[in-house]
Write a protein that binds this ligand. Structure first.
Ligand code: PA5
Length: 447
């Protein structure tokens, strides 16, 4: 399997090798804290050796349940939010044909996401779309009580039962949730749904390699064995026993902290392939929720190039110089398309005739990197061998490991998200949720 690589050449003018290497002791200490479970949030380290612990039995069970959904549903709704949503979406969007929704000879069910917003229009349009469809639902929530997901699931469960009958609904609704706690668990047990467990010690944003990610990915028709294998490779390559200078997770954690020391406090994840848009969304959650606390943390942002070169490109080239870019560069594309020769050459593009479209894209990438470095933006480059299951599995584990290290180096607990509760408390108070009477009174006096 070709491995992802990390290239730090284009940070050289901004931080020295000595500044990066100075992080080696802290990074090694963070690696040990992860490995020995001695750091903050150590009850959420189940992700660390998750890939190598995934059993053939679990993979077989996931594939069997995925096949039941594939056979009985033309549309499968994946209901979830945050860590119970972004991993699956990013893999499915990366691997799917960009026009799969309109392909005529579709063999795979259409995957639709819900439970990640509270938009009445979205839910109205979704439920209308499903009216004449044979659909199923994967209800994903670790707590089993998240409002966005629970609300969407309430609507979808009823519609599925009304349209398809109780027995078929039972076959086509699957829960991925806690082993014992939460409303999603209670509902699954009482209704007799097939269910998968999210391990206690794996937090939402680190859960893509549990059934949270694996089941929807399998339902969409992708190879979960290769995806897991990719992650297993990275688990070895990024382990605490791999020396600092050869360990790409350690290097990435070190360089981003060194850049932050130089007031580069916003990291922009860049892709040159729109299929990776949701990989960046997943990454933003991973780093944002893990590091953004106690008034600390690099702000994670993302752009899709070359599209956003025509919008955000100006800011990146010449705006406030507090940013650095991490570019995910894809070494080999999956398809071949050459620019045709045109006799009239009215568009003046014959200088590209015979070239692969990807060659043009690669030159845009190189030209952008050099321009941005010239403009004062350090560039980190991650080379992904291909957009396929194995490479994405590698990328996810690499980012997770580096995030754990980087969070410990920063001095925060990378595995909690206390700040997420503030909006929920206010929303429940405003909606007069039972148990929030005092908060309701207090918030009303502020309006
Ligand atoms: O990373 C996290 O823990 C969060 O983003 C959760 O995944 C998100 O809030 C959804 O929670 P739950 O799975 O409990 O519905």
């Amino acid at each position: 399997m070709k491995q992802i690589t990390l290239n730090l050449n284009k940070v050289a003018g901004f931080v020295s090798q000595a500044q990066i290497d100075a992080y080696a002791p802290k990074v090694q200490q963070a690696q040990q804290m992860l490995e020995q479970g001695t750091g903050l949030g150590n009850d959420f380290l189940g992700w660390l050796h998750l890939p190598s612990g995934i059993t053939q039995e679990l993979l077989a069970e996931l594939k069997e349940v995925a096949n039941t959904l594939r056979e009985n549903c033309e549309v499968v709704i994946v209901a979830g939010i945050g860590g119970s949503y972004l991993g699956a979406r990013s893999v499915i969007e990366a691997l799917s044909n960009s026009f799969s929704a309109s392909l005529k000879d579709k063999k795979d069910p259409m995957i639709v996401f819900a439970g990640h917003n509270i938009s009445e229009d979205y839910l109205f349009e979704l439920t209308s779309f499903l009216k004449d469809k044979r659909f199923g639902v994967i209800n994903i929530s670790k707590s089993g009580t998240t409002t966005e997901t629970a609300l969407a699931f309430r609507l979808l469960k009823k519609q599925c039962e009304d349209q398809r009958g109780k027995e078929m609904a039972k076959k086509c609704i699957v829960a991925v949730t806690d082993a014992k706690k939460g409303a999603a668990r209670t509902t699954a047990d009482q209704e007799g749904y097939k269910s998968f467990v999210i391990p206690d010690n794996v937090g939402g944003r680190f859960s893509v390699l549990t059934p949270v990610g694996l089941l929807p990915i399998a339902v969409a028709g992708f190879d979960i064995d290769s995806f897991v294998q990719g992650a297993v490779e990275m688990e070895k390559a990024c382990g605490a026993d791999v020396p600092f200078e050869k360990n790409i997770a350690s290097q990435y954690a070190a360089v981003r902290n060194a850049l932050a020391d130089e007031k580069k406090t916003t990291e922009i994840l860049v892709n040159f392939n729109p299929k990776l848009h949701y990989v960046a969304e997943w990454w933003k959650q991973l780093y944002g929720e893990s590091e953004g606390k106690e008034n600390k943390g690099i702000f994670p942002a993302a752009v899709d190039f070359t599209t956003d070169l025509h919008s955000m490109g100006q800011w990146i080239q010449e705006g406030v110089r507090n940013i650095f870019e991490t570019v995910i560069s894809v070494a080999e594309v999956n398809h071949k398309l050459e620019v045709p020769f045109d006799e009239a050459n009215l568009d003046g593009l014959n200088f590209l005739a015979g070239k692969r479209v990807d060659e043009v894209n690669k030159m845009a990438e190189l030209g952008t990197q050099l321009a941005h470095v010239d403009g004062g933006v350090p560039n980190i480059r991650i080379v992904l061998p291909k957009v396929d299951e194995a490479s994405i599995g590698q990328l996810f584990y690499f980012f997770e490991r580096a995030c754990g290290i980087s969070g410990y180096v920063l001095g925060v607990n990378p595995f909690n998200q206390p700040g997420v509760e503030a909006y929920k408390k206010n929303m429940f108070a405003l909606l007069n949720k039972p148990g929030y009477e005092e908060d309701s009174k207090a918030i009303q006096s502020r309006l």
